[in-house]
Design a protein around this ligand. Sequence first.
Ligand code: SAH
Ligand code: SF4
Ligand code: F3S
Length: 457
Amino acid sequence: MNDNRSVIEEINSIYGGRERLAYVRSFGCQLNVSDGEKIKGLLSEMGFGFTEDETKADLIILNTCAVRESAEDRVFGIVGSMKKLKELKPSLIIGIAGCMTAQSHIAEKIKKSYPQVDIVLGTSAISGLPALLLDRLRGVRFGEDIAEYGDFSAAVPQIRESAFKASVPIMFGCNNFCTYCIVPYVRGRERSRRPEDIIAEVRGLAAQGYNEIMLLGQNVNSYGNDLGGEMSFPQLLREINAIEGDFIIRFMSSHPKDASDELIDAIFDCEKVAKHLHLPVQSGSDDVLRRMNRRYTAEKYLSIVDRIYERDPDFSLTTDIIVGFPDETDEDFRATLDIIKRVRYDNIYSFIYSKRSGTKAAEMPDSTSDEEKSCRMRELLEVQREISSEHYKRFIGRTMRVLADDVSKKKKGFLTGKSNEFIIVEFEGDESLIGQFVDVEITGAMNWAVTGRIVGR
Ligand code: SAH
Ligand code: SF4
Ligand code: F3S
């Protein structure tokens, strides 16, 4: 890790007392958002304030995602349009950070075709930002840092997006190499953070009054595999549960191949751990699962679900689905619909397969047309909408503990929040309740949320 203090001092002296504003936008998953918060933390140390209006910015950082082609296209579109901004304000500095930068063909494309970009910052090189910025301020035209500085997360300051919900990465990288997925290539191998660092961070957040702690990792169930048996994820959950304070613990994601009985026990034993599990199934077809290298069968997946439902038949499950994996047949797709109907998820996050160059699946033949894939997607969403609206009815008459997190975009005077079970709840309430837990009695169910009224706090 590099020491940034002298670099930061020099940047401060170059700018003098002048105001400087940064526009930082994150495009990816919660881990990417968390990186964006660290980028902001570093920029704040360099004297930057922040703006949501890119035309006012002296520095723009786009923190990118590479998981699907559409995410990359969006960034290229935005970078393209920033050429104008730069013409209007030649001192503007534009930086690209995040997962896109870790693919050499993308980094090359940025360098070659987008001369308005000044800085390319790799996913493991956030702490290299001050040095790159200093070079740019001294007149170096283009700077790139995609080195590995290892786990610096504890040392990098962070400006969090929310004052009541915080994400805490517990590990970085992924070892699973699902054949469709770019993440292991852009995030490297699994590295677990030290348990004492994680616990200290959560303790600090709880003391500051954060109400929700989201533990992040590409597969939290393999947390600690590189710590020589010192601490497993279920153990970590128990340790965090023991921290004093009124907060809820969530975590993402859990790979089904590693979802153990110990994990299920910890979820039920720990009163602060949310009674919800995000368990990405991806497909219901054993043949597709094998070609995806997921290392479980539909039957194995369902055995985990059954173990959970034995403990609580109303337990809340959500999942990720990929539609149209190479050569997915209609029969394969029907198997996905079957598993969805069988599990009865509260919500699914579904994506049409996107070819990622460098992955194994990118080499697989694919004869299914785009039209067919879109058609399957529509059917999947339709089936899930019916399941959600039916399944949400089980909450009617119950009182849910809800963390109010926003004003409703649909109804004036109403708030939305997430229940312990990760269900969206809409209820009448004053904006001053945002960031607080409220008890809501559920009176109705829609296909995307339940509705109710506050009965206590
Ligand atoms: N580590 C997490 C997933 C991170 S990516 C996990 O394994 O659960 C989030 C989701 O994006 C994945 O679960 C998958 O459903 C989807 N996804 C990943 N690569 C994709 C691709 N090439 N095309 C379409 N969807 C993809
Ligand atoms: Fe990608 Fe699979 Fe790793 Fe998740 S577990 S990040 S889907 S390779
Ligand atoms: Fe996340 Fe996208 Fe990277 S999903 S890990 S930001 S490729």
